[in-house]
Design a protein around this ligand. Structure first.
Ligand SMILES: Cc1cc2nc3c(=O)[nH]c(=O)nc-3n(C[C@H](O)[C@H](O)[C@H](O)COP(=O)(O)O)c2cc1C
Length: 301
């Protein structure tokens, strides 16, 4: 089936305009539209056409609110018309393979973990694009994996199934200013990866993050707490002397920059090291941890 080129181009231009929506009207999504979105998801590409993906449709506001709490306290999920929970699912194929006498270990394979995650994101992205085409706003929620154990309990997930991402759906109430992106010249390279001049690269990121800063609080206690938090992050990368110099410079300026906020606050450099293990433990409890990687990835028969 093909689509007329000018209609296709219009659709692609509409895709270029997308943005995440976190503020929803109290308005349901017609079942026909949700079905159209989910039918597109069913037909999305997956590695080897294995389709190791399942989707739970959550429409209940109270349960959605609880889900939002589990996704590192994001209450706006409770205001969405629907939340789609995208699962990496090796359960169904594992049952079928066992019944039909095929050897199955995808849930214990690093390669299949990575391709399975890619499959889940293809499915979720398909839903995001389809929803956008129908005028429905959405936001990916990547923090479902931080509460895999609780979400597995809440949704009756069998072993070999793990929640990877939520797509929260609804009609936008109001849209904030669009987030700036790195310019295309720094993201799309013709033929080969170029030698990028460091100054040019920094200018490009400075432009993306222009005007976004986090000021130090004026009250002494919160100010000291912020400094300490930044210090812990910086020490993962810089010597104690360098760390103090960076902090002194920031204090003199009165704020930290967006890239410092990203890695000393939002994705804190210490948490980046520490939370992964917790998630892998929960995956292991769901019987889908690629343990062979700990065994140098080899199997002798
Ligand atoms: C894998 C993934 C996980 C995300 N997780 C969250 C999240 O937990 N909470 C949230 O508010 N936004 C989340 N987002 C949305 C991003 O913050 C957003 O896409 C980004 O800031 C760019 O803004 P835009 O989508 O409006 O262009 C996520 C996006 C992706 C792709």
């Amino acid at each position: 089936m093909s689509i007329e080129r000018n209609i296709g181009l219009e659709a692609v231009r509409h895709m270029q305009d997308r943005q995440s929506v976190r503020n929803f009207q109290d308005k349901p999504i017609p079942q026909e539209d949700l079905d159209a979105i989910l039918d597109a998801v069913v037909n999305c590409a997956t590695a080897g056409n294995l389709q190791p993906v399942s989707v739970i449709v959550e429409r209940d506001p109270e349960r959605s609110k609880k889900l939002g709490e589990l996704c590192t306290k994001q209450p706006f999920l409770g205001k969405a018309a629907v939340n789609l929970i995208f699962l990496l699912d090796w359960h169904k194929l594992g049952v079928y393979a066992a019944e039909r006498k095929a050897p199955f270990n995808c849930h214990d394979s690093w390669m299949h973990f990575v391709t399975g995650l890619e499959d889940v994101m293809c499915a979720a992205q398909t839903a995001e694009t389809a929803a956008h085409m129908l005028g429905i706003g959405s936001c990916f929620i990547g923090t479902a994996m931080h509460s895999g154990a609780e979400i597995a309990e809440m949704y009756n997930l069998p072993k070999r199934v793990y929640p990877m991402v939520v797509l929260t759906l609804g009609y936008a109430k109001d849209l904030p200013a669009k987030r700036r992106k790195l310019e295309k010249d720094y993201m799309v390279f013709e033929g080969r990866y170029p030698d990028i001049d460091t100054e040019d690269l920094c200018r490009a990121y400075d432009k993306k993050y222009e005007g976004i800063t986090l000021p130090f609080p004026s009250r002494p206690d919160p100010r000291a707490a912020m400094v300490e938090k930044i210090r812990r992050g910086l020490l993962t990368t810089y010597s104690p002397d360098e760390t103090e110099q960076i902090i002194a410079h920031a204090l003199e300026r009165g704020y930290i920059t967006e890239v410092q906020r990203r890695f000393a606050y939002h994705y804190h450099a210490v948490d980046n090291y520490n939370t992964g293990g917790h998630i892998l433990e929960m995956m292991k409890a769901q019987d889908m941890f690629p343990t062979r990687i700990l065994n140098d990835g080899k199997i002798e028969l």
